[in-house]
Design a protein around this ligand. Structure first.
Ligand SMILES: Nc1ncnc2c1ncn2[C@@H]1O[C@H](COP(=O)(O)OP(=O)(O)O)[C@@H](O)[C@H]1O
Ligand SMILES: [Mg+2]
Length: 504
């Protein structure tokens, strides 16, 4: 595929509703693990649907990488708990990994633990391991080619060092072991140890050369050498320069989730992220963050600011059609019969909140499983009730997360009840919360409420900050309002009962 063709497909992610490899899960496993995106180590979430605009916005950053840009390659996904940030990050990584190579450079999405986002070597290790996992997946022929490349690097580096012939022979045969061992991640530490031992035993005259050669050659097999001997203080630019096979021959994006918990006072984290963001790492490397709504402020303190348009994506609920797709995908995967009428009312009941959709879907599937996978024989009302209960459980956790402020939160949710769909300013919220105007006390409450999903800042609210409730049903839960009656299967869509609380 030509570069032009690849560029052309960068804004064309479409979700056509078909099942994908990530949807191939067993029913029991699915019912056990629907709570949060992180629970699926393999990455992309079962029945992930919609979010096309967000994915295309991310692809736009990838297009900039194709165009050779190095600066300002950052993307932020933020939203209340359960909005689907982690799920979207998984999907972005899966989508990116599946894009066609440009100029022979594969896309390499790399998950970076928050604690590793302060260390160039930890970042290198994460990237090497991602590269090794990719290689293992590609199979024997790709592994053989990678081994040949690694052996060529080692040969070349040690050609001028006849005194290192022993180390060279050992290193060359180690390459084969590394390739054979790729499918066995449990041996990774043992292999790391053998490589380090080899360098330690080399004579001092050749140690640094050997280290450099192995670092370049072995990265593809997930072995990370760390800093060169006698050079403990490497920055990310040194790390990049040490292994061009990794950084120049791949297009890497680091994914950091729960980024609201990055420490903005950590100089090493700031240094690493800022150097990459400013394009000074020596390669085009992208950053993709997920986090609660205050993530943007935290990153701004770390020097990740003034992002290009479209790079900060706040997650709203899914449109009802996309929520229906989640249910339909689930029903299709598990061979549900006669469930056509269920998708719409379940999607509406969840009001597009991803966390709720998956809970309602799981409750529906459990009921349908009891009826031999025939939805026509399952108790729809009971399934909805069960989904409602799972959602309330979730809200109880959120209320607990605001434990110092439960009364204040109830007061605020009552103030919002007077103005459905409206927004309030800080002084109004402070008054409703029964808190003084003392900025410290109020600010702590506001952060807790934002992180729990009770408040969200209204975008473009002009000079004065205004807040709304991102999930109205959470506010209604805090007010202890009764739920809307359970819909009947086949009841006209949108028949609302005005006196009662919205189900979302
Ligand atoms: N677009 C989506 N389609 C289907 N399910 C989704 C979608 N987004 C999130 N989910 C599901 O909703 C639940 C919560 O999502 P998660 O990503 O963990 O939320 P967050 O990280 O924002 O707290 C998970 O079970 C996840 O699989
Ligand atoms: Mg998450």
């Amino acid at each position: 595929m030509t570069l032009k063709e690849i560029r052309g497909m960068m804004s064309q992610y479409v979700d056509n509703g078909a099942l994908r490899p990530q949807d191939r899960v067993g029913l029991d496993a699915y019912l056990r693990t629907t709570d949060r995106a992180g629970a699926w180590p393999a990455g992309a979430q079962p029945f992930f649907s919609g979010r096309e605009a967000n994915i295309n916005a991310f692809r736009d950053m990838l297009r900039c990488m194709l165009d050779g840009e190095r600066m300002n390659l950052a993307f932020i996904v933020h939203g209340a708990p359960g909005a689907g940030k982690s799920a979207l990050l998984h999907q972005l990584a899966a989508d990116m990994g599946g894009l066609p190579e440009a100029n022979g450079q594969p896309w390499l999405p790399v998950r970076l633990a928050r604690s590793d986002a302060a260390s160039p070597h930890a970042a290198e290790r994460a990237a090497n391991r991602a590269m090794a996992a990719r290689l293992a997946q590609q199979g024997a022929e790709a592994i053989r080619q990678a081994a040949e490349r690694a052996q060529a690097v080692i040969q070349r580096a040690l050609d001028d060092h006849p005194e290192a012939s022993g180390a060279r022979t050992e290193a060359l045969s180690l390459v084969n072991d590394l390739g054979d061992g790729l499918s066995d991640p449990s041996g990774a530490d043992d292999r790391d140890w053998r490589v380090r031992d080899l360098v330690d035993r080399a004579g001092s005259g050749v140690r640094r050369t050997l280290h450099g050669a192995l670092r370049r050659g072995f990265g593809a097999f997930g072995v990370s050498m760390g800093p060169a001997p006698d050079l403990p203080d490497e920055g990310i630019a040194d790390v990049v320069a040490a292994n061009p096979g990794l950084w120049q021959e791949h297009k890497i994006v680091f994914f950091v989730d729960e980024a609201q918990n990055l420490n903005p006072n950590s100089e090493s984290a700031k240094d690493l992220l800022q150097t990459i963001y400013q394009g000074d790492a020596g390669a085009a490397v992208g950053l993709c963050f997920g986090g609660l709504p205050d993530t943007e402020d935290i990153l701004m303190k770390m020097g990740i600011s003034r992002l290009p348009d479209g790079r900060i994506q706040g997650l709203a609920p899914l449109p009802v059609g996309d929520a229906e797709k989640v249910v339909r995908r689930g029903f299709k995967q598990f061979g549900v019969r006669g469930g056509g009428g269920w998708a719409r009312p379940l999607a509406e009941r969840s009001c597009g909140w991803p966390q709720h959709i998956q809970r309602h879907l799981a409750a529906a599937l459990a009921a349908i499983q009891d009826a031999g996978m025939d939805a026509g024989r399952a108790d729809f009302a009971q399934a909805v009730r069960e989904g409602d209960l799972r959602r309330e459980d979730y809200y109880r956790c959120r209320r607990r997360s605001m434990r110092d402020y439960v009364d204040a939160a109830v007061g605020v949710s009552e103030a919002f009840a007077q103005m459905p769909g409206g927004s309030l300013r800080n002084p109004e919220i402070a008054r409703a919360a029964g808190l003084s105007d003392d900025p410290e006390g109020y600010r702590d409450f506001r952060l807790a409420a934002i992180r729990a999903g009770l408040l969200a800042e209204v975008a473009d609210s002009g000079g004065t900050e205004r807040y709304r409730v991102p999930i109205p049903s959470f506010a209604a839960f805090l007010r202890e309002e009764p739920l809307e009656p359970i819909p009947l299967l086949g009841e006209p869509v949108g028949a609302k009962h005005p006196a009662q609380r919205p189900a979302n």
